[in-house]
Design a binder for this molecule. Structure first.
Ligand SMILES: [Zn+2]
Ligand SMILES: [Zn+2]
Length: 133
């Protein structure tokens, strides 16, 4: 006389269809390089193959975008902005350079003497090494 008990109360029924993580990993998204077509990571600043610029950062507000030209956020013209910044920096550097130049002319002359004397020695050293070969 052996009768099976109906069902099995010890085992709970697991929920079917859930718990499968099949979402696409968003962090590994790639974009094709506009220049050579290589798939490069979406977050890359330059193409890994042809080094084309893929991201442009606004020099004024640091906003990042896919194209150069003008900033989507603050409307600044990249080239104009950079040119003006460089021009200002160059003018500044020229003034500083000129001041240093005047001040250090004497010092420079003193410093360049051993250097100019040293060059013939170095050259003759290499030439003699070369000819010995
Ligand atoms: Zn490329
Ligand atoms: Zn901007």
């Amino acid at each position: 006389m052996s009768e099976r008990p109906p069902g099995n109360p010890a085992k709970g029924s697991p929920e079917p269809g859930l718990g499968h993580g099949l979402e696409a990993p968003a962090a590994r998204a790639t974009i094709p390089c506009p220049k050579c077509g290589t798939a490069v990571r979406d977050i890359a600043r330059f193409c890994t193959r042809c080094h084309a610029t893929l991201r442009y950062q606004c020099p004024s507000c640091a906003h990042e975008q896919r194209h150069g030209g003008t900033c989507e956020k603050c409307g600044v013209d990249f080239l104009k902005y950079i040119a003006s910044v460089l021009a200002a920096k160059k003018a500044e550097a020229d003034v500083i350079h000129e001041r240093l130049e005047r001040r250090s002319t004497l010092l420079k002359n003193v410093l360049t003497v051993p250097f100019t004397l040293g060059i013939p020695l170095i050259r003759s050293f290499f030439i003699s090494r070369d000819s010995k070969k």
